[in-house]
Design a protein around this ligand. Structure first.
Ligand SMILES: NC(=O)c1ccc[n+]([C@@H]2O[C@H](COP(=O)([O-])OP(=O)(O)OC[C@H]3O[C@@H](n4cnc5c(N)ncnc54)[C@H](OP(=O)(O)O)[C@@H]3O)[C@@H](O)[C@H]2O)c1
Length: 292
C-alpha cells in the first residue's frame, strides 16, 4: 500500500521536529499534530491527546495511512506526581489512537521507552520482561500493552535518552558543551547507564520502518552503552574542552521523586540485523551533532 497521509503526534517535540522534517523529503501530506507548541513544518493540526473526541474526530477527518505517535508526557518527575494526567496522555490517548487506527487500517508506530525496564541489568532485548520502577515507565508500558488487542499492523519502538537540536529542550550534549565552554563546573552522574540516541539517526530508522512496514517490537537507540559521566567526557574530547569541569556525582545524591533505572541501555542487535539504516556509535553521532 502506498503511503499518502502520515499523522505525527508530538510533532514540535525533540523527536517530532526531526521526523516531520525528514518525512517531508518524500511525502507531501504530513499532518503535524500539536497541543501547546505549534510546529513549523507539515500540515499543522491541533490535537489535544487528553480529549477523546478530538482524537476520534481528527482520525475520522484525516484517515491517515500511518500514525507515528511520539506525543507523550515525558517529564519523569512530573509523571510521578501528576499520575492521572500521565495516564491520560501516555496510556489512554495511545489506546484511543490505536483503536481509531485499527478502524481506518492505519499502520501504527508507538514510540516507547527504555524506562519500561527496571535497569538492574542493561542491554535489554525486545522480548525481555519489562518492569518499570517509576510512573512514567508504567504509563508507557501500559501504552505498549494496548497493542496486544490491535489486529492491524503496528510496531512498538523503544528508544533511550534521545539527543539533538531543539529550541526549547536542551539535550545533554548541548548542556555539557555550553558549560564546558564557559568553564563552568557541572555535576555529572557516573553510575547511570543508557544508550544515548541521536535523533536524526532514530528518525531515519523510523522512516525505514514505515516504508518497509516492519511490525512487532524494536529497539531503536544508539549503539553505545555509556554512563552520563563518560558521555560528558566524550563530549569534552570532541569539542576540545577541559574535562576538569566535570564533577562526578552518583544517582543516590540526586533529589529525585521518581526512581530511575541504573542501567536502561538497550540492545540494538535486532535493528542492526534487519535495518539498512544502522544505530550509530556515540562518537559518530556527537561528531555529526557538533559539526552541523
Ligand atoms: N525524552 C526522553 O528521554 C525519551 C526517552 C525514551 C523514549 N521517549 C519517548 O519518545 C517520544 C518522543 O519524545 P521527545 O523527547 O521528542 O518528547 P518531547 O520533546 O517532550 O515532546 C513530547 C511532545 O508531546 C506533546 N504532548 C504532550 N502532551 C500533549 C497533549 N495533551 N496533546 C498533544 N500533544 C501533547 C508535546 O506537545 P505540546 O508541547 O504541543 O503539548 C510535545 O511536542 C515520547 O513518546 C517519549 O515517551 C523519550
Amino acid at each position: 500500500m502506498e503511503i499518502t497521509k502520515i499523522l505525527v503526534t508530538g510533532s514540535a517535540g525533540l523527536m517530532g521536529i526531526q521526523v516531520v522534517k525528514d518525512l517531508l523529503d518524500n511525502h507531501k501530506q504530513v499532518y503535524s499534530c500539536y497541543n501547546k507548541t505549534k510546529p513549523k513544518l507539515g500540515i499543522i493540526t491541533h490535537l489535544d491527546l487528553t480529549k477523546k473526541d478530538d482524537i476520534v474526530n481528527t482520525m475520522n477527518r484525516i484517515k491517515p495511512d500511518v500514525v507515528i505517535h511520539l506525543g507523550a508526557m515525558t517529564d519523569v518527575e512530573l509523571c510521578e506526581t501528576e499520575t492521572e494526567l500521565a495516564k491520560k496522555i501516555n496510556t489512554d490517548a495511545t489506546e484511543i489512537l490505536a483503536l481509531e487506527s485499527e478502524k481506518h487500517n492505519t499502520f501504527f508506530v508507538y514510540m516507547s521507552t527504555d524506562y519500561v525496564f527496571d535497569g538492574k541489568v542493561g542491554m535489554k532485548k525486545e522480548n525481555d520482561e519489562p518492569n518499570p520502577i517509576n510512573f512514567y515507565g508504567k504509563s508507557k508500558l501500559d501504552g505498549e500493552r494496548v497493542f496486544k488487542k490491535i489486529t492491524t499492523p503496528n510496531i512498538i519502538v523503544r528508544t533511550s535518552t534521545p539527543f539533538g537540536i531543539h529550541s526549547k529542550k536542551i539535550s545533554f550534549p548541548i548542556w555539557v558543551k555550553k558549560n564546558l565552554e564557559l568553564e563552568k563546573e557541572i555535576s555529572v552522574i557516573v553510575d547511570q547507564y543508557t544508550s544515548p540516541s541521536y535523533v536524526p539517526n532514530i528518525s531515519k530508522m523510523i522512516i525505514e520502518i514505515i516504508e518497509r512496514k516492519i511490525t512487532g517490537i524494536i529497539h531503536l537507540a544508539g549503539a553505545t552503552k555509556i554512563s552520563r559521566y563518560d558521555f560528558a567526557v566524550q563530549i569534552s574530547k570532541i569539542i576540545n574542552a577541559n574535562k576538569q569541569f566535570l564533577k562526578l556525582t552518583k544517582m543516590d545524591q540526586m533529589d529525585w521523586k521518581a526512581q530511575r533505572p541504573a542501567d536502561s541501555s538497550l540492545s540494538v542487535s535486532k535493528a542492526n540485523k534487519i535495518l539498512k539504516n544502522k544505530p550509530e556509535k556515540i562518537e559518530d553521532s556527537l561528531k555529526s551533532l557538533f559539526n552541523q
